[in-house]
Design a protein around this ligand. Structure first.
Ligand code: ZN
Length: 331
């Protein structure tokens, strides 16, 4: 979003822009006591640039009217001062005289929100195609995970023949995805291209976390892959007393934002794989947690999913998985 002259004036009078949509900058209305959602916008470009309107209290007028109101100016002299202010906005003028409510600005308003590729099919479980459904069921997973984690699949486009696991943030917005091939394509897992605008800080499972205020009494079990995280969640569902949730970091290179998210918990159970890459990740996580969270390693004799459902010639060992999780949670 290019900054316009109007944006500069709005900043100079201390009005925080909540969001910009096209030519409209949405701000909390300074003419009435408003809630957290804004019904007030200022046209920031075009023929009528600077004019404003409130859908709630019906205030409306010119940019000079707005500046006069916010800065408490009146009369002809006030009008002149407002016009002078606008002309030299941001240069040597005092901040707003009237107290103006400051609202949290949406992070990086100029950045488009990541969205999942359109070709992904999100069908009710009954309508899933055989192959993706058989894949999840073969892993000991199914409807529960498909619904809780909003898993989809693609039959066309670049992700064709893949099960797509979205990474949803704490508010449920997609931040990234991991798409596993069902037909032996390379790479086995496909993640978003940089140009798609995905976040490297995305954490799989965050949309099911408790509110931040409750997390210090709670443990998070961090795995590398989403399938392992979902497998551990299956086990946790049979442990009603366990105060623990899961997440996956999508690999063995924990990112700063992911570490910050982990540090909001009281205990971090690190289920990184027991291999050189996993042990490197474990070191990073342990150092990053420092005093923020209690760090414990959850070393498993095999992938959590292999323990849940078997595979590669190994038999399922869900009871052992449950026992090891229980021991690690007890500390
Ligand atoms: Zn209003």
């Amino acid at each position: 979003v290019n900054r316009t002259r109007i944006d500069v004036v709005l900043a100079a009078i201390g009005l925080e822009v909540q969001r910009v949509r096209g030519t409209r900058a949405w701000v909390l209305c300074p003419f009435h006591e408003s809630s957290s959602t804004s019904a007030f916008f200022v046209r920031r470009a075009g023929e009528r640039a600077g004019t404003y309107h409130c859908f709630s209290c019906k205030a409306g007028g010119s940019l000079a009217d707005l500046v006069m109101h916010v800065r408490g100016l009146a009369g002809e002299a006030g009008e002149k001062e407002a016009r002078d202010f606008i002309r030299s906005a941001g240069k040597g003028f005092e901040p707003a005289r009237r107290r103006v409510r400051v609202v949290a600005r949406e992070a990086e308003i100029s950045r488009a929100r990541f969205s999942l590729p359109r070709e992904i099919v999100f069908a009710p479980w009954e309508e899933w195609l055989t192959e993706p459904r058989a894949y999840l069921e073969g892993r000991g997973l199914g409807r529960e995970e498909a619904e809780a984690f909003r898993i989809g699949y693609a039959v066309s486009g670049p992700l064709a023949g893949r099960v797509v696991v979205p990474f949803l943030d704490e508010r449920g917005y997609p931040q990234s995805y991991s798409a596993r091939t069902l037909v032996g394509d390379v790479p086995k897992y496909r993640t978003p291209d940089e140009r798609e605008g995905a976040s490297v800080d995305a954490v799989f499972g965050a949309h099911l976390w408790p509110p931040a205020a409750e997390r210090k009494r709670c443990a998070v079990i961090a795995t590398e892959g989403a399938i392992d995280a979902m497998s551990i969640r299956r086990i946790l569902q049979g442990m009603p007393d366990a105060r623990a949730v899961v997440c996956a970091l999508n690999g063995s290179e924990p990112q700063a934002g992911q570490l910050l998210a982990l540090a909001t918990f009281g205990v971090v159970l690190d289920a990184s794989d027991d291999d050189p890459a996993g042990n490197g990740a474990a070191r990073t996580i342990r150092y990053a947690m420092g005093r923020h969270a209690e760090y414990r390693r959850l070393l498993l004799p095999a992938d959590a999913n292999t323990m849940l459902a078997g595979g590669d010639g190994a038999r399922p060992r869900p009871k052992l998985l449950r026992k090891l999780i229980g021991v690690a949670l007890t500390g």
